[in-house]
Design a protein around this ligand. Structure first.
Ligand code: 5AD
Ligand code: SF4
Length: 449
């Protein structure tokens, strides 16, 4: 084979980042080599996202550039992977005289043969969804590093009314617990320090009777010096057992991404979220009791169909009541095929923008206040490398996933855990003073009462 250099570009969620590593795992077994230079690639793959229209528009824009590269010199095979492949299927091949292959999230095993055919001039499309594919036997291609994503389940059965994911990624299925544990064992040997267990809805992990709490307990035991994170949790399935598993494992980070989406019960019902705000707030309270110091982040959608000023105020109110450490905030974007698509997208764009800006401003002021309250406290930071702005400073993250920047210190290298004293804060970054190297505590920090 002479067409053997693959370039891959990834959009969307962390699941896609993990999938791109999987794709490279599949292709490297077949003798392909990864390149970071699009200009020297024989195969250009774009792993795409459909969650909002602006994500798709950005990717269409990028495809325009790629067409220029292909036409001007490289003649590379171009493939679209991921959620847009699943959603748009052969339109991608028909509309743009650019794309050679279209492969959805459950058909990556067939990529080598699609690429071979495309090199021979035959376009290909594979977009069947599977009820069983988890790729658990495939070792993802990972460069050396500290931090790894591990997908523990695929798909989603929740069918939130606005969301395209159940259509692009199919039904929920979980990987075996043993295969996940053995992947973490390998990462431990390679010196990784942080593993994030991924799924669209990790709380419904279930493999031969083992639930997500069982998985967390098993994953945390592999190496107590590896921090375990996980995302995303759905408020409906966050069990007490899971909260105790977080509290009782010192290396499971006390940080829960728990999207609320809206503060209005009427909107939550229309979104098919299956919980009320009262239930959600109780859950937060329960988690705070079981896991002292736990942090939360959330996702918010502004301008859902029929959303009134009162509904919007209810969302602002939830942000104030919970005081999240961070939030991902979006304008509602209608997605074809979803239940919400049948409703009129009746909140005008200017109003969506204004509401979104109010949400962002409020959250920023909360993040700033919460970060400033940390000044004077001490925390453990996993050192990742130099800070973005200067090689005189190092940066890393706390258990609560906050970035801390502190002056470089002799003998401190990426992968070290260090104690820092927080001395300053913005809404996005903490500044600290280096106190000394440390290791992760082996004892639980939660109460079991
Ligand atoms: N419009 C806007 N935001 C959306 N999300 C999912 N679908 C849509 C949509 N149609 C947001 C949700 C979800 C996050 C990953 O993306 O907040 O939690
Ligand atoms: Fe985008 Fe959702 Fe697909 Fe992730 S699962 S790539 S967020 S559409």
């Amino acid at each position: 084979m002479n067409k053997n250099k693959v370039y891959i570009e990834t959009y969307g969620c962390q699941m896609n980042v993990a999938d791109s590593e999987l794709v490279m795992g599949i292709l490297s077994r077949q003798g392909y080599e990864l390149t970071k230079e699009i200009d020297e690639a024989d195969v250009i793959l774009i792993n795409t996202c459909s969650v909002r229209d602006n994500a798709e528009q950005r990717i269409f824009g990028r495809l325009g550039n790629i067409k220029k590269i292909k036409d001007s010199h490289s003649g590379a095979v171009v493939g679209i992977l991921g959620c847009m492949a699943e959603r748009l299927r052969d339109d991608l091949i028909k509309n743009k005289n650019l794309v050679d292959i279209v492969v959805g999230p459950d058909e990556y095993r067939r990529l080598p043969s699609f690429i071979e055919s495309a090199i021979g001039g035959v376009k290909g499309i594979g977009v069947k969804l599977s009820r069983t594919e988890t790729y658990e036997d495939i070792e993802p291609y990972r460069e050396e590093g500290l931090s790894a994503w591990i997908s523990v389940m695929r798909g989603c059965d929740k069918f939130c009314a606005y969301c395209v994911v159940p259509f692009t990624r199919g039904r929920e299925r979980s990987r075996s617990l043993d295969s996940i544990v053995s992947e973490i064992e390998k990462l431990s040997v390679r010196g990784f320090r942080e593993v994030t267990l991924l799924g669209q809805n990790v709380n419904s992990y279930n493999y031969e009777g083992k639930d997500f709490a069982d998985l967390l307990n098993a994953a945390a035991k592999v190496d107590r010096q590896i921090r375990i994170r996980f995302t995303t949790s759905h408020p409906q399935d966050l069990s007490a057992k899971l909260l105790y598993a977080i509290a009782e494992n010192p290396n499971v980070c006390n940080y829960i991404h728990l999207p609320v989406q809206s503060g209005s019960n009427r909107i939550l019902r229309l979104m098919n979220r299956n919980y009320t705000i009262e239930h959600y707030l109780e859950l937060i309270e329960k988690a705070r009791k079981i896991i002292p110091g736990v942090s939360f982040s959330t996702d918010i959608i502004a301008g859902y169909p029929t959303e009134t000023e009162e509904d919007h105020q209810a969302t602002l109110d939830v942000l104030k009541r919970v005081e999240y450490d961070g939030a991902y905030m979006f304008k509602y974007s209608p997605r074809e095929g979803t239940k919400a698509y049948k409703m009129e997208d009746d909140v005008p764009n200017e109003i969506k923008t204004r509401r979104l800006n109010e949400i962002i401003a409020l959250q920023q002021s909360i993040s700033l206040k919460k970060n400033q309250a940390l000044i004077g406290t001490e925390d453990v930071v996993l050192v990742e490398g130099f800070s973005k702005k200067s090689e005189n400073y190092l940066a890393g993250k706390t258990d609560a996933n906050k970035v801390v920047v502190f002056p470089k210190s002799e003998g401190v290298v990426p992968g070290d855990y260090v104690n820092v004293k927080i001395t300053g804060a913005t809404s996005a970054t903490l500044f600290g003073e280096f106190l000394g190297k440390t290791v992760l505590n082996e004892f639980a920090d939660g109460i079991s009462a």
